[in-house]
Design a protein around this ligand. Structure first.
Ligand code: NAP
Length: 438
C-alpha cells in the first residue's frame, strides 16, 4: 500500500489525488489536508463569486474526494499542528499543493497606508476567506485604483462595479454585498506599467466589462499601437487587444449615462502611495516599453485614490522546515521534487499563472515523478503507517479534524442559509464552520 499526503485541497491538490487514484487504484491511501475546515482552496476563495460556472469544477474534485482511497483532513495546518517532517515519517510522499495565497508586495513607500490592499486580501474579503473576512474596505471615496493588468485586476474592477441585481446567482458573501451596495466609487483606474500589447487579461474576462449595467471601460485611442501590429500577437492576446480597440471606440456620449468609468491607464508604473491617515493618491511614473520592458521616463503624476488594490501576483506560504525561494515566492524544486519524498505541485511549484485546468497535467506529472522515485528506491521500501499513524498523532495532539462528511454538513448549512438568489451563504469564520458540522 502506498500512502500519499497532499497539503492543500484546491485544484492542484485534488488533481494530484485524482492522478494518484488513476496510478494505484486500491493500492493507495491519500490524505488531502487543509488548514480550513472546508475544501477547494482557490475555487472557494479565489475564483470570482460571479463566475459560478468556473466554480462548478468543484464537483469533479468531490468525485475524487468521495472515493474510498481518498480522505479530506480539514482544519489541520501543516507546519503548525503537525510538521512536514512528521508527515514524511508517516507517508511515502508528501506533496505541497498549497497554492500561492499571499500577496506579492509592491515594495513602495506608503504601501501600508489604510485602504491599500493586495488582491489576496481584497478577493478573500468578498469571497469570505476567514483570514480576510474582517477587512472592511472603505468604498465611500470617489476613485479606486487597481494595479496590474491581469485577470485578477479585471475581477476586482468588475466586482467594484456590479449592482446587487448583477450579483444574483453569485455566492458573494453578504457582508461584502452590503458594503458594495453603498459604494460611492465612480472611477476605477486600472494601472498597467506596460502597454496594450503586454496585458495579461484574457478575452472573455475583458469582454465582461462591456456588459456592466453601471460601468463602462475607457481606453485612450492614443495608447493603442498601429492596428497592423496586432497581427504579430498570439491569437488570445490579439482578441484581448481587439476588446481594447472596441473600448477605445466607445463614443464620448456613452459615458454621460454611465455612473462608473473603468479607465485603462497604460505606461504608468506606480512609485508611491500617498496619504496621511489613509491613502489619498498614487504617484506613477510614465513609462515607455523597450524590448518588452517598462522603462521609466522620469515624468510623474498623481492619481487621486481613496482605495487601492494591488493585483500584481501572489506568493506561496512558507512552511517551517521546507526550503523557500524568496525571489520567486515559491518552493525551489526540480520538476516538483523539493527533497527526497517531498514534492510540490501547482502554483506552489511554478508560481501563480495559468488556468485552473493547468493544474491537472501538473498533478499527473508529480505523480509520475513519485512513481519514478519509488521505482528507483529513492523513497525507501514502503511500510509507512499512513493515515493510521496520522490519526494517532491527531488524537495525541487533540486536533479537531474535519472530515469530508463533516464538510458536506457545513455545505448543506451554507446552502440552507443562502440568499434567495444565491447558491450558498458561506461561513466566514472557522468557529462557525466547525459548529455547523455538529
Ligand atoms: P498576472 O496575470 O500575472 O498579472 C499581474 C499583473 O500585475 C501584470 O499586468 C503585471 O505587469 C502587473 N505587475 C506585477 N508587478 C507589478 C508591479 N510591481 N507594479 C505594477 N504592476 C505590476 O496575475 P493575476 O492577475 O494575479 O492572475 C494570476 C493567474 O490567475 C493568471 O494566470 C490569471 O489568468 C489567472 N486568473 C484567471 C481568471 C479567469 O480565468 N477568469 C481570473 C483570475 C485569475 P507586467 O506584465 O508588466 O509584469
Amino acid at each position: 500500500m502506498r500512502h500519499i499526503a497532499i497539503i492543500g485541497s484546491g485544484p492542484a491538490g485534488y488533481y494530484t489525488a485524482e492522478a494518484a487514484q488513476k496510478q494505484w487504484g486500491d493500492g493507495v491511501r491519500i490524505d488531502v489536508f487543509d488548514m480550513l475546515p472546508v475544501p477547494y482552496g482557490l475555487i472557494r476563495t479565489g475564483v470570482a463569486p460571479d463566475h459560478q460556472s468556473i466554480k462548478g469544477v468543484a464537483r469533479r474534485y468531490e468525485a475524487t474526494a468521495m472515493c474510498e482511497n481518498c480522505r479530506f483532513v480539514g482544519n489541520v495546518m501543516i507546519g503548525r499542528d503537525v510538521s512536514v517532517a512528521e508527515l514524511q515519517e508517516l507517508y511515502d510522499a508528501v506533496v505541497l499543493a498549497t497554492g500561492a495565497p499571499h500577496d506579492r508586495k509592491l515594495g513602495l513607500p506608503g504601501e501600508n497606508l489604510p485602504n491599500v490592499y493586495g488582491s489576496a486580501a481584497f478577493v478573500g474579503w468578498y469571497n469570505g476567506h476567514p483570514l480576510f473576512a474582517n477587512l472592511d474596505p472603505d468604498v465611500s471615496g470617489h476613485t479606486a485604483v487597481v494595479i496590474g493588468m491581469g485577470n485578477v485586476a479585471l475581477d476586482v474592477a468588475r466586482i467594484l462595479c456590479k449592482t446587487r441585481e448583477e450579483f444574483a446567482g453569485s455566492d458573494i458573501v453578504s457582508h461584502a454585498l452590503d458594503v458594495l451596495e453603498e459604494s460611492k466609487i465612480r472611477r476605477i483606474v486600472i494601472l498597467g506599467r506596460r502597454g496594450p500589447h503586454q496585458i495579461m487579461m484574457t478575452p472573455n474576462e475583458l469582454g465582461e466589462l462591456s456588459h456592466l449595467s453601471r460601468g463602462a471601460p475607457r481606453v485612450d485611442p492614443e495608447d493603442l499601437p498601429e492596428e497592423g501590429e496586432d497581427t504579430l500577437l498570439e491569437p488570445g492576446l490579439r482578441k484581448s487587444v481587439t476588446h481594447l480597440r472596441s473600448f477605445a471606440a466607445i463614443p464620448e456620449s456613452h459615458y454621460a449615462d454611465t455612473p462608473i468609468e473603468i479607465e485603462f491607464d497604460f505606461f504608468a508604473s506606480p512609485t508611491a502611495l500617498i496619504g496621511t491617515d489613509r491613502v489619498e493618491g498614487i504617484e506613477v511614473e510614465r513609462t515607455t516599453v523597450e524590448a518588452g520592458r517598462a522603462v521609466g521616463t522620469g515624468e510623474t503624476y498623481v492619481i487621486p485614490a481613496s482605495l487601492v488594490v494591488a493585483c500584481i501576483g501572489y506568493q506561496t506560504s512558507r512552511i517551517p522546515g521546507v526550503p523557500f525561494d524568496e525571489r520567486a515566492g515559491r518552493f525551489p524544486n526540480d520538476e516538483g521534487r523539493i527533497l527526497p519524498g517531498l514534492y510540490c505541485v501547482g502554483w506552489a511549484r511554478r508560481g501563480p499563472s495559468g488556468t485552473i485546468g493547468t493544474n491537472r497535467p501538473d498533478g499527473f506529472s508529480v505523480i509520475e515523478r513519485i512513481v519514478e522515485d519509488i521505482d528507483s528506491g529513492a523513497l525507501g521500501h514502503g511500510g509507512k503507517q499512513g493515515r493510521a499513524g496520522f490519526d494517532l498523532l491527531a488524537e495525541a495532539r487533540g486536533l479537531e479534524v474535519v472530515t469530508f462528511r463533516d464538510w458536506k454538513k457545513i455545505e448543506a448549512e451554507e446552502e440552507r442559509r443562502a440568499r434567495e438568489d444565491a447558491p450558498r451563504e458561506k461561513f466566514v469564520d472557522v468557529g462557525a464552520m466547525i459548529r455547523a458540522k455538529d
